[in-house]
Design a binder for this molecule. Structure first.
Ligand code: GLA
Length: 373
């Protein structure tokens, strides 16, 4: 299957880890629909690690833990589908998952068949306990081949954390997204580190196989499995969401959206910012004026989006001459500019824009090319 836009959804790991069960999945499905997340584009509900028993059954099939999923996985998938959502599950290319449950190594075809029978639409495939003699590329290709032949469209989400130069081989595998960094945590330095790694590999992102920067921590505020201390500030969560969206990462929420307040919902459901993530052109971003934190990306409809990420601990300025964006004086064109986080219309600028950005803040400007005479 060819996936044209970065997948969006919710994944259980960041908040629940091994405390995941059928009741939580059902409640999350309800919340995704009732609170407007599905309407904003979040369509996959994904159960991460720790959903199965420690042993396979006599036929070699993986078995959902009956204490957590007393009605089996098909019933869960049916409920998720009944809400208009898609259903995702988790396994691993190795002998075990990262939390020590059965992995899919040498069970790829039987697992793909089982997942298809349950109605799975999305498979996150981790990289723990991979036999050292096996190449990651070969194992992801093997599962993709099994999925391609299981009779159901199941999106493959590779999770090898960028290890073994994943970017060099992932597009040979049939994965539709690939974890390009290690695990995210709900602290500022984690967001900053993932951004810095992305600076070296964003060229590999594109329709069909998206760089996955890991699940969102927006709204965790230090709670849950990857929550640390106080988590991020609201401003920092905005920056986190801006980076993921500007670079076109899958947007998989990880916080407990049952208790998201209006400020957090306003981030996760900001249609203008989500539209950057979901832009159909996927043109590569580029740095403006050689500044490593000032970026431009040209959109499918002819607009230009400018992003200024202030990852530093002091305020900073920016200065963007439009000639850097392809609009010289001879063009007779300027930019009509809107700030996507404040909603403020900055009017038409002829030759350049300047401004300031607070510490840890992001400014996102969507610019329409207009005649200026
Ligand atoms: C790895 C992955 C995480 C999560 C856990 C589950 O660390 O990178 O996203 O799936 O395993 O054990």
């Amino acid at each position: 299957m060819v996936v044209k836009r970065p997948p969006m959804g919710w994944n259980s790991w960041n908040t629940f880890a091994d405390k995941i069960d059928e009741n939580i999945v059902r409640t999350m499905a309800d919340v995704m629909v009732d609170e407007g997340y599905l309407a904003a584009g979040y369509e996959y509900l994904v159960i991460d690690d720790c959903w199965s028993l420690r042993e396979r059954d006599a036929q070699g099939r993986i078995v959902p833990n009956p204490e957590k999923f007393p009605n089996g996985m098909k019933a869960v998938a049916d409920y998720v589908h009944s809400k208009g959502l898609k259903f995702g599950i988790y396994s691993c290319v190795g002998n075990y998952t990262c939390a020590g449950f059965p992995g899919s190594f040498e069970y790829e075809f039987i697992d793909a068949q089982t997942f298809a029978e349950w109605g799975v639409d999305f498979l996150k495939l981790d990289y723990c306990y991979k036999p050292v003699s096996e190449q990651g590329a070969k194992l992801y290709r093997r599962m993709a081949l099994a999925l391609d032949n299981c009779g159901r469209d199941i999106l493959l989400s590779a999770c090898s954390w960028g290890a073994d130069e994943t970017h060099r081989w992932i597009k040979s595998t049939g994965s539709s997204m690939w974890r390009s960094t290690g695990d995210v945590f709900d602290k500022w330095s984690s967001i900053r580190d993932i951004y810095n790694i992305q600076k070296g590999i964003y060229e590999y992102n594109g329709a069909g196989c998206f760089n996955d920067m890991d699940m969102l921590v927006v709204g965790m505020y230090g709670k849950g499995h990857v929550g640390l201390e106080q988590g991020l500030t609201l401003e920092e969560y905005r920056t986190h969401f801006s980076i993921w969206s500007f670079f076109g990462s899958p947007l998989m929420m990880g916080s407990d959206i049952r208790s998201a307040d209006d400020d957090i919902k306003a981030i996760l459901q900001n249609r203008d910012v989500i539209a950057l993530d979901q832009d159909s052109a996927y043109r590569q971003p580029y740095n403006v004026n050689g500044d490593p934190d000032v970026w431009a990306r040209h959109m499918d409809n002819g607009d230009i989006v400018l992003a200024i990420f202030n990852m530093g601990d002091n305020g900073r300025g920016y200065f963007i001459p439009f000639s850097e964006l392809g609009l010289g004086r001879a063009s007779g064109r300027g930019l009509e500019i809107r700030n996507l986080w404040t909603g403020e219309n900055l009017g038409v600028k002829k030759e350049l824009i300047t401004g300031g950005v607070n510490a840890h803040e992001t400014v996102l400007l969507r610019c329409k090319v207009v005649e200026v005479g």
